[in-house]
Ligand binder design. Structure first.
Ligand code: TYM
Length: 373
C-alpha cells in the first residue's frame, strides 16, 4: 500500500518517512548535527546514530546556542489514555540522555484534557488517573525532581493558561482547521487544546524571565503543533522551539505504528513476562515461511519488527549488525532471533518495573503545579 496518513491522532498505512519530511517541511538530521552532539555530549546516542531520530527543526541552531552557554530546556509529553508501550519509552530514553549530557531541565506535559476531548468514551477522572500512572514510567527512567517538571493539564494549568490564551488569539479557525483537520462536529475543547500544547514550549522563557528555547524530542506525528508554535513565537516575543523527530516503532504485526485498539501490536510496560513472550513469539517477521527457505534465501530485516526492536534495545552496534547480516544470509532463524530479543526486552522491563515500584506514589514531588505553590 503506497497511501499513508500521519496526523497527531492517526497513523495509517506504510509510512514513507522521506515523503513525510518533505510534506511537513522539516529537515533531515545530518552528520553535521551529529558531530555537534558529539562535541558537546562526548558521544552520540545509538537512537541518533542509527537514524531512528531522523529529522529536526533548528536542532543545529539550538546546539550552537548551547555552545554559547545560553539556557535552554527539554520539552515533551504524553496523551494519557492507557498504559505506556515501549514505543513511547524509546524517545523518553533519549530525553533522559539529553537531559543528563547537556545538564538541562525537562518539562513533561500529561494531556489528560486532550484525551478527554478526543475520546467520546473517556471519563476525565480516568484520563487524569492515567496521567499519574504514566508519569511513573517517565520518573522511573531515573529523573530527580529538580530536573523533571511534570505538568498534568487539569491540575497544573495555572502557569500555562496566560500563555495559552495569547497563543489562541493568534491562531484562526481557518489555520486550526487546515493544520489539524478539524470539522464542524469537532468539540471546541479539542479546538482550543493545541494552544496548551504550544504554550509549554514558551513556559521556560516565562518562568525564568529570560529567553529559554526548548528542544522537543518526539515522533514526527506531533510536528503540526510545533509548526504552529514556530509560526506564532516571533509575534508573541518567544523563541521558536527546536524539534527532534523520530520514526514510529513498528507494530509487532508489521504495520508502521502500534495501535491501542490491538493490544498484541505493542509491548506495554505493565505486561507480564508471559505476555511479553507470547507477543514476541507471535509477532510478524521479515523471515521466510519455512526454516529451509530462510536458510536458502535469507530474511528481510527492513520490514521486520523483531529486528527493529533489536535495533532499539541493543546499544552494541556490532551485535545489531550481526543480527542484520545473519538474517539476510539465512544463518539466523526467526525463532532464535525472537528468543534473543525476548531476553533483551525482559532485562529492560525487569529493571524498569523495579524503578517504577520505587517511585510509586511520588508523582506530586515532580508536578510543576505543586512546586510553584
Ligand atoms: P501520545 O501519547 O500520542 O504520544 C506520546 C509520545 O510518543 C510518541 N509516539 C511514538 N513514538 C515512537 N513510536 C510510536 N509507535 C509512537 N507512538 C507515539 C509521540 O510522538 C509522542 O512524542 N499530544 C501528545 C501529548 C503531548 C506531546 C507534547 C507530545 C503534549 N505535549 C510535546 C510530544 C511533545 C500525545 O497525545 O502524545
Amino acid at each position: 500500500m503506497d497511501e499513508f496518513v500521519v496526523t497527531p491522532w492517526e497513523v495509517r498505512g506504510r509510512v514513507d518517512y522521506q515523503k513525510l519530511l518533505h510534506h511537513f517541511g522539516a529537515k533531515p538530521l545530518t552528520p553535521a548535527e551529529l558531530s555537534l552532539v558529539e562535541k558537546y555530549a562526548g558521544e552520540v546516542h545509538p537512537l541518533l546514530k542509527r537514524g531512528f531520530f531522523y529529522a529536526h527543526r533548528d536542532f543545529d541552531l539550538l546546539l550552537k546556542w548551547h555552545g554559547e552557554s545560553r539556557p535552554w530546556a527539554l520539552y515533551t509529553g504524553r496523551g494519557p489514555s492507557g498504559p505506556v508501550h515501549i514505543g513511547h519509552m524509546v524517545p523518553w530514553i533519549l530525553l533522559k540522555w539529553l537531559s543528563d549530557k547537556f545538564g538541562v531541565e525537562v518539562y513533561f506535559q500529561m494531556t489528560d484534557d486532550e484525551k478527554f476531548f478526543d475520546d467520546p468514551e473517556m471519563e476525565l477522572a480516568k484520563a487524569t488517573g492515567w496521567a499519574y500512572e504514566n508519569a511513573l514510567d517517565v520518573i522511573a527512567l531515573g529523573f530527580t525532581p529538580d530536573k523533571l517538571h511534570i505538568i498534568i493539564d487539569t491540575k497544573d494549568v495555572e502557569p500555562l493558561y496566560p500563555i495559552a490564551v495569547k497563543v489562541a488569539k493568534k491562531i484562526t479557525w481557518n489555520t486550526a482547521k487546515a493544520t489539524f483537520g478539524f470539522s464542524d462536529s469537532t468539540n471546541i475543547g479539542l479546538i482550543f487544546y493545541p494552544s496548551l500544547q504550544i504554550a509549554v514550549a514558551f513556559l521556560p522563557t516565562e518562568l525564568r524571565g529570560e529567553t529559554t528555547p526548548v528542544l522537543i524530542p518526539c515522533a514526527i506525528d506531533q510536528d503540526p503543533y510545533f509548526r504552529l508554535a514556530r509560526d506564532v513565537a516571533d509575534v508573541l516575543g518567544y523563541p521558536k522551539p527546536a524539534t527532534l523527530y523520530s520514526k514510529f516503532i513498528m507494530s509487532l504485526t508489521g504495520e508502521s505504528k502500534m495501535s491501542a485498539s490491538n493490544p498484541d501490536s505493542a509491548i506495554y510496560t505493565t505486561d507480564s513476562e508471559k505476555v511479553v513472550k507470547r507477543k514476541i513469539y507471535n509477532a510478524f517477521t521479515g523471515g521466510r515461511p519455512t526454516a529451509e527457505e530462510q536458510r536458502k534465501y535469507g530474511g528481510d530485516p527492513e520490514i521486520c519488527p523483531i529486528f527493529h526492536y533489536h535495533m532499539l534495545f541493543d546499544p552494541d552496534d556490532g551485535a545489531v549488525e550481526r543480527v542484520k547480516s545473519d538474517c539476510k544470509s539465512g544463518t539466523l532463524l526467526c525463532g532464535e532471533c525472537k528468543a534473543a530479543l525476548f531476553e533483551k526486552v525482559r532485562e529492560f522491563l525487569t529493571r524498569h518495573r523495579e524503578m517504577r515500584e520505587k517511585v510509586a506514589g511520588r508523582v506530586d514531588e515532580y508536578r510543576l503545579g505543586a512546586k510553584l505553590q
